[in-house]
Design a protein around this ligand. Structure first.
Ligand code: GTP
Ligand code: MG
Length: 244
């Protein structure tokens, strides 16, 4: 029987930040090979995970979309930001990545919009208001091996996440796998939670579909990392939802 829960996850970010590696690390559950071909166009991989949904263990299918970060592939088709047509009210999850050892993948300077802000802005422009957004600083292993390799501090990443009201912020390594599964599962659980709430007749439906805005129920709380630079911005309240 097909899974009743299908979650679309789209990975965005500049070239070489490790989008394909993160996908492979999560889907194949092992570190990807060190030499990874540059992504051309768009690709996706499914992965079924067991999650607790509304108190019941369910097989949830994550459909993870990998995009190309090279400048010439930047204009993604608008459908990429939208849910599957059959599940058109379901939230979509966006994982916006940068490389913590390569400054330009995070911040291109003050005169132009930073790399990360470009992608967050694309999500804001094209995605639905109930989207779940996660900011990810990847290549944590390099910074852990040699702190001098770090070009973006954890605090700067957390500040960027806070500034744009994104739901979660993680630092990951697609090579060691550190925080990768946690990050994907956190994002999936948030989407599932919103699906369940939207289906609950007790919950107030939101009649008006609003343009995407990172609305906060209040300032996100920043919890110190449990281990190794993974910060979590929790924002569960205040997300505009739609009636299904
Ligand atoms: N040390 C380290 N290297 C990584 C990590 N993630 C990716 N890489 C390496 O970075 C390079 C680029 O990784 P990709 O996954 O192809 O990057 P991408 O974001 O998919 O790049 P595009 O397809 O061009 O958009 C590869 O050589 C990877 O092995 C990581 O967490 N740590
Ligand atoms: Mg790629």
């Amino acid at each position: 029987m097909p899974s009743p829960y299908v979650v679309k996850v789209v990975i965005l970010g500049e070239t070489t930040v490790g989008k394909t590696s993160l996908l492979k690390c999560f889907v194949q559950e092992k570190p990807p090979p060190f030499k990874m071909p540059v992504t051309i166009g768009i690709d996706f991989k499914p992965k079924t995970v067991e999650r607790l949904v509304n108190g019941k263990t369910e097989q949830v299918q994550a459909m993870v979309w990998d995009t190309a970060g090279q400048e010439r592939f930047r204009a993604l088709p608008p459908t990429m930001y939208k849910p599957d047509p059959v599940r058109k009210m379901d939230p979509v999850a966006f994982i916006v990545c940068y490389d913590i050892t390569t400054r330009w993948t995070f911040d291109k300077g003050t005169e132009v919009q930073s790399a990360v802000e470009y992608w967050l802005d694309q999500v804001k422009q094209h995605a639905a208001s109930n989207s779940v957004v996660c900011l990810v600083g990847n290549k944590l292993d390099l910074a852990e091996n040699n702190p001098e390799d770090r070009a973006v501090t954890t605090e700067e990443g957390a500040e960027m996440a806070k500034k744009h009201g994104v739901n979660y912020f993680f630092e990951t390594s697609a090579i060691t796998g550190k925080n990768v599964e946690d990050m994907f599962l956190k994002v999936l659980d948030e989407v599932l939670d919103r699906i369940v709430k939207a289906e609950d007749p007790e919950e107030d439906p939101m009649p008006v579909i609003q343009p995407f805005s990172f609305q906060l129920g209040g300032p996100p709380s920043m919890e110190a990392p449990a281990a190794g630079g993974c910060w979590l911005l929790s924002w569960i309240n205040g997300c505009p939802r739609r009636n299904r």
